[in-house]
Design a protein around this ligand. Structure first.
Ligand SMILES: Nc1ncnc2c1ncn2[C@@H]1O[C@H](COP(=O)(O)OP(=O)(O)OP(=O)(O)O)[C@@H](O)[C@H]1O
Ligand SMILES: [Mg+2]
Length: 480
């Protein structure tokens, strides 16, 4: 036996360079942070490919991203979230210091993460049962279209007639679903087959049909007591398992009915125990928690008294879940030992070393995000797929006008933004938002009144519109 026995190759296209490539579409610079998160995400996948004994030993290398405000920390988290094929959740540490927040329930982070895993796994499971669900849905639809054997006596086939011919006999027959299964079934089966063919060929699509579907509106509005909820027990759900589902008769187009029945059948085909097991497993093995604004729960110098107690309290509460503990959820107990935590904070007034030591030790990887140069700011304005310039251009184009910026103009905006950040409070790329708004305020207002086709933004215009902002200290005090 050599050391690599039982080790598989990672089976995922999400390589570090692919992750960075994706992040680059939205975030300018910050290479070190991008690399760190890309490697951390890849390491999750690598660990999964190890034999269980070894995988158990590999603890996640949690990351702490430190950098001034407005340079992309939260943005990186947001983009990772959409990219991640793993359960992912982003929370603000400050959430747990809010006034009125009773008994800071940091464990809810893990419960929310588990919920997101459940919907992820459910989506995946639903895909795999679509084909059998469709077959069942077709059968239910045929039941609705074809009359029950008792009604067949006088060849009065209201359901079928309505669908095929359109005689609108609207008699309501409320009858139990359990019709006797008798030889009539055989005679019926020929019609059934023909009808099924028509259904599959889409020839019934436009017709209407009455079907019985679960009445979601009838779900019991039961609110669990706070304690129940904390234990991960949902009263409404518990009872809905005990009480029979309320059914409701609805008339709709065949096409729509088929879709509805298919999704109902698909839900039924899902093994909820397997779903819970798999969700808990993927949370434990692949889960990622992004803990934003961690610096906001840090006390300068690390000593706490008075109102600061609550902030340090949050760190103490976070400690067990970061260190590894068991959290009870609706889907079973979840071990947090292998969940990856990525924390971020500006740490301007406080330092990472002001964190309580136990928590510091749990974030071995530190990455610094860089302050933004004016060149960075210009790139942020123009390059990302969702850049401000693209957004404004799109908005103005809805009025039939074209907004265009010369390169010198975007450089001028970036330089002015950089200057303001240097002279006043440094709010990073957020500065661009206020500057663009100020720059285009007049155009946004009057674009509808004039027959302008092309609006050119030149450096001169930028200086003219923004000079008051940059020069006038009195105004600046009121504007960000
Ligand atoms: N490097 C960057 N590339 C692209 N856009 C950026 C970058 N940095 C910041 N932005 C933009 O600036 C705004 C603020 O960024 P973000 O929310 O990431 O700041 P932050 O680093 O989390 O700051 P804070 O410490 O105040 O929470 C966002 O709209 C974001 O798109
Ligand atoms: Mg942020």
């Amino acid at each position: 036996m050599n050391e690599t026995s039982g080790i598989r190759r990672v089976d995922s296209p999400l390589t570090p360079s692919k992750i960075i490539e994706y992040l680059n579409r939205y975030i300018v610079g910050q290479e070190k942070a991008k690399r760190a998160v890309a490697v951390a995400m890849r390491n999750r996948l690598r660990r999964r490919a190890l034999p269980p004994e070894l995988a158990h030993e590999v603890v996640p290398k949690n990351i702490l991203m430190v950098g001034p405000t407005g340079v992309g920390k939260t943005e990186i988290a947001r983009r990772l979230a959409t990219l991640s094929s793993a359960p992912f959740i982003k929370v603000e540490a400050t959430k747990f210091t809010e006034v009125g927040y009773v008994g800071r329930d940091v464990e809810s982070i893990i419960r929310d993460l588990t919920e997101s895993a459940v919907s992820m796994v459910r989506r995946r499971m639903l895909e795999t049962v679509q084909a059998p669900a469709l077959e069942r849905a077709e059968q239910r639809l045929l039941d609705a279209l074809l009359p029950r054997p008792e009604r067949e006596r006088k060849f009065s086939m209201p359901g079928l007639m309505r669908v095929l011919g359109g005689t609108d006999s609207d008699e309501e027959d409320e009858e139990p679903d359990a019709a006797p299964q008798e030889p009539e079934e055989d005679r019926n089966s020929g019609t059934r087959t023909r009808l099924l063919t028509m259904l599959r060929e889409g020839r019934l699509d436009g017709r209407e049909v009455d079907i019985e579907v679960a009445d979601s509106a009838a779900a019991l509005p039961i609110f669990g007591a706070a304690g129940m909820d904390a234990m991960g027990i949902n009263m409404g759900e518990m009872l809905s398992g005990v009480l029979p589902k309320r059914m409701k008769k609805r008339r709709m187009k065949v096409q729509e009915a088929l879709r509805l029945l298919q999704s109902e059948e698909a839900e039924k085909l899902i093994d909820t125990d397997a779903l819970a097991r798999e969700a808990v497993d993927t949370v434990q093995e692949d889960g990622i928690v992004f803990l934003d604004e961690l610096d906001k729960v840090v006390v300068r110098g690390g000593n706490s008294s008075g109102p600061d107690v609550s902030r340090e309290g949050v760190q103490r509460d976070l400690l067990p879940i970061v260190e590894g503990s068991v959290v009870q959820t609706r889907y079973g107990p979840v071990r947090t030992d292998h969940i990856l935590f990525i924390a971020a904070g500006a740490f301007s007034g406080v330092k990472p070393s002001d964190l309580i030591p136990e928590l510091q030790g749990r974030f071995p990887i530190r990455v610094e995000l860089e302050p933004l140069s004016w060149e960075n700011l210009q790139q942020i304005l123009t390059e990302p797929e969702n850049s401000l310039i693209r957004q404004y251009k799109a908005l103005i184009s809805t009025e039939g006008a074209e907004l265009c910026f010369t390169e010198e103009a975007t450089a001028e905006i970036a330089k002015l933004a950089h200057k303001m950040n240097a002279e006043m409070e440094d709010i990073g790329a957020r500065r661009l938002h206020t500057m663009m708004e100020q720059l285009l305020e007049e155009i946004s207002f009057s674009v509808c009144d004039k027959e302008t086709e092309k609006i050119r933004i030149t450096p001169e215009l930028v200086r003219e519109r923004l000079s008051s902002l940059v020069e006038d200290r009195d105004i600046r005090r009121y504007l960000l």
